[in-house]
Design a protein around this ligand. Structure first.
Ligand code: FAD
Length: 404
């Protein structure tokens, strides 16, 4: 949505029992669960389609990182014909079929800017900027709702760290959110900053397209093969091990099996933390990287790994180990930040700390529910959506019995 002037003469308001903000997997899943309970709702989406993150902000070679049974949304499984790890394209088709199956019709091009609660009426007032087409003015629309579901995602905006000397660098600096494929980087030296799942996969993609990628590994990481010994899903194995063993022992088995599959990654500057992968996830929320071929390319010398950046120079970067290198482009695979800020929320005119909402997982206060905000990917979206729909259904049933 651009910053064309707001036409205040065109204000409008709507009333809906439940308002869902965001038509990504979390918003669609909540809408589907409410449909199954015959509870009316309205979905608002700032972009011009559902699943916009998957359509506009991911790279072409992306496949789901976890087996499909852990990524499907409630009440509508993936088609049996889908592979264990569906492609981004297949996931987009699945989302579109999901939306159609449950008759979900989000209001697109509508960006929520303020969510305010007024206890005297027991309603939330949600303010949004609506801009149906390029030629039209932005309209301010107000929605009244008893329950509001925040399904705006944890990856709404790119996180771009700054580096000393950044202004001197004459090459292109971009974020992984705008990366589609390595085609345009053929023959170029590209610095990929960040060794999460995205950074590792972009480096692999760049190498496959004939670029010369270098990965910056600033912190210690656990790299696990996506499939242990090439057969069992590491994620699946982790869940099964945790049912039998204490976490520390499950961690030891996982690290040993990873070592058998990938070999020692420390010698390539990919240093494992002392804590095991499951322990790390519990402590920091950081998921281990699931390798889909990058380690082999590092081993074969097609991808280099360097320590943290010291500073950027006119035509490259210097690193903490004192080495200086030239690069044509830099891609920040440095993660995302949630597009929702604390300024978004008000209760009785007072600011309402965002953390109060998101730390409460699915349990909403004043009828405000976060869905998909607990760093658990699609699995978390599906679980939260079911809980939140049940909770709203109970609330609505109580209201019918006690209408005051
Ligand atoms: C490259 C990449 C790969 C990933 N791979 C996986 C994977 O394999 N498995 C997995 O489980 N997870 C994966 N994830 C995490 C993924 O983001 C989530 O699992 C999933 O998309 C979360 O769905 P969501 O609906 O919560 O958020 P999103 O998909 O981000 O959807 C949020 C929606 O809210 C809209 N919105 C935001 N702000 C506003 C506003 N103010 N007003 C109106 N609408 C708004 C956005 O436009 C968006 O459509 C990946 C993420 C990325 C970036």
């Amino acid at each position: 949505m651009d910053s064309r002037p707001v036409n205040l003469r065109q204000r409008r308001s709507w009333v809906a029992p439940v308002l869902i903000i965001g038509a990504g997997p979390a918003g669609l899943a909540t809408a589907a669960c409410l449909t199954a309970k015959s509870i009316p709702y309205l979905v608002l989406e700032r972009e011009d389609c559902s699943g916009s993150l998957w359509k506009y902000k991911t790279y072409e070679r992306l496949h789901l990182h976890l087996p499909k049974q852990y990524c499907q949304l409630p009440l509508f499984p993936f088609p049996a014909s889908y592979p264990t790890y569906p492609s981004c394209e297949q996931f987009i088709v699945y989302l579109e079929n999901y939306r159609e199956h449950f008759g979900i019709h989000p209001v697109y091009n509508t960006k929520v800017t303020l969510v305010e609660y007024f206890s005297a009426v027991g309603y939330w007032i949600v303010t949004a900027e609506e801009k149906p087409s390029y030629n039209e003015h932005v309209k301010i629309v107000r929605y009244l709702a008893r329950s509001v579901v925040i399904a705006t995602g944890e990856n709404g905006d790119p996180y771009m760290p700054s580096f000393s000397g950044e202004e001197k660098f004459t090459g292109e600096i971009s974020h992984s959110m705008t990366y589609r494929s390595g085609e345009k980087y053929e023959g170029k030296k590209v610095l990929v900053v960040g060794v999460g799942n995205t950074g590792m996969e972009l480096a692999l993609d760049l190498a496959n397209f004939g670029a010369m990628p270098t990965l910056v590994a600033r912190s210690k990481i656990h790299i696990m093969p996506r499939d242990l010994l090439g057969v069992f899903s590491t994620f699946d194995a982790s869940l099964k091990l945790l049912k039998i063993f204490p976490m520390w022992f499950a961690d030891k088995i996982l690290v040993f099996l990873s070592w058998l599959t990938l070999g020692c990654t420390d010698k390539y500057n990919l240093i494992r933390p002392a804590e095991g992968p499951l322990q790390m996830k519990k402590m920091t929320g950081h998921t281990p990287v699931l390798d889909v071929g990058t380690v082999a390319k590092i081993r074969s010398g097609h991808i280099k790994v360097v320590p943290a950046i010291d500073q950027l120079t006119e035509d490259g970067a210097t690193f903490e180990n004192g080495v200086e290198e030239k690069f044509d482009a830099i891609i920040m695979a440095t993660g995302y930040k949630c597009s929702v800020t604390s300024e978004w929320f008000k209760v009785e005119g007072e600011p309402f700390e965002k953390e109060e909402i998101f730390n409460a997982e699915w349990k909403g206060r004043y009828g405000l529910y976060p869905v998909g905000m607990s760093k658990q990917g699609l699995m978390g979206c599906a679980r939260d959506a079911v809980h939140v729909a049940n909770c709203i259904a109970d609330l609505e049933a109580n209201r019918r019995i006690n209408p005051t």
